[in-house]
Write a new protein. Structure first.
Length: 152
């Protein structure tokens, strides 16, 4: 019984199967670890079925192959559709939001939180255009720099 309880507490959290889409080129890995064996490459737009979650990783199935993908490499809306501001982390109709790396909030705070989705979606009105961003960066003496794909 004790071993079963430890395995339950330390293992991946099962979730109801849900379709997600790869939002940036990434790898399907054997275990939820950045150093794990790469099973295959996944291209943006590839559909995967989420099976479980462990930390910032999702266990997925793609073309009958199981593996792990970083949560940040997936989106829940279909490619080309316009999600709301918080859509990337919503789960089903419960509106649960994925929270990875949150500090200062306890589990109870997150469970009792009530999102104001209309206000969050309204944040888009504050977005700068690409032209405004370039002008702002230029005024600050900043310049574009290429970032190697593996560092993204």
């Amino acid at each position: 019984m004790k071993r079963w309880l430890i395995a339950l507490l330390c293992g991946p959290l099962p979730v109801a199967a849900q379709t997600a889409y790869v939002n940036t080129a990434t790898q399907l890995r054997a275990t939820p670890n950045a150093d794990a064996e790469v099973l295959r490459a996944l291209e943006p737009g590839a559909a995967v079925e989420i099976r479980a979650r462990q930390g910032g990783w999702e266990q997925v199935t793609v073309s009958s192959q199981n593996g792990w993908v970083r949560m940040s490499a997936l989106q829940l809306h279909a490619p080309g559709s316009a999600p709301g501001v918080l859509e990337g982390g919503r789960q089903f109709a419960t509106q649960t939001v994925a929270t990875t790396g949150v500090r200062g909030l306890g589990e109870g705070d997150l469970q009792n939180a009530v999102p104001d989705l209309a206000a969050a979606d309204g944040l888009a009105t504050y977005a700068a255009t690409a032209e405004q961003a370039r002008a702002f960066a230029g005024d600050a003496g900043l310049h574009a720099a290429a970032i190697p794909k593996e560092d993204r």
